[in-house]
Design a protein around this ligand. Structure first.
Ligand code: SF4
Length: 178
């Protein structure tokens, strides 16, 4: 049995959708021993103390995401960055040429539909990091699955090899940079 936890940081959930696109091959992976731990699929929020494979979608853009990614690294034997946002930073890094103050001002104070012009502020709201970062600027990553989103075939290849304690290798049409 191998426990697999997944989290979704600064991403659009497209990479998790691509995991679901494995369709009946998910059953095959479960028969090979995959058990989902914390994940948007299980709605469990905190990974168990000992997880075999941690999959991270999305880049790291807030203090909460930074803590979650570090917890995944502490608790997962292997970390897989899935999708261009997690691997390179991706679309969310478009805000990196602006300061967080400029970003918040444009999103709230200057937003045409925000009539009171307030920027929400509470200790319960995550703080933006100065820069959006790919996962490996925060923790060590063991495997990368690029693509936006990566294909279900690429995800299946990596997971099925890891479940068999083999080295995954993406090549040909499984290796996609977009
Ligand atoms: S890599 Fe693409 S599909 Fe995945 S979270 Fe980022 S934008 Fe969405």
């Amino acid at each position: 049995m191998k426990r697999v936890a997944t989290i979704w940081c600064e991403g659009c959930s497209g990479c998790h959708m691509s995991m679901l696109d494995m369709d009946e091959r998910l059953v095959d992976l479960i028969q090979k021993g995959l058990v989902f731990d914390a994940s948007p699929f299980t709605d469990l929020k905190t990974p168990s103390e000992q997880v075999d494979i941690g999959i991270i979608e999305g880049s790291v853009a807030t203090d909460t995401q930074e803590k979650e990614v570090k917890m995944m690294r502490e608790r997962c034997k292997v970390i897989v960055a899935i999708g261009d946002c997690a691997v390179f930073g991706g679309v969310p890094t478009m805000r990196n040429k602006y300061s967080t103050e400029e970003v918040l001002k444009r999103a709230y104070s200057d937003a045409e539909t925000n009539y009171n012009k307030n920027i929400p502020s509470s200790e319960d709201i995550s703080k933006l990091l100065e820069k959006v970062k790919p996962v490996d600027e925060v923790v060590k990553v063991d495997y990368y699955i690029p693509g936006c989103p990566p294909s279900a075939d690429a995800i299946y290849e990596v997971l099925s090899k890891l479940l068999e304690d083999k080295q995954p290798e993406l090549k040909g049409k499984l290796l996609s940079y977009e």
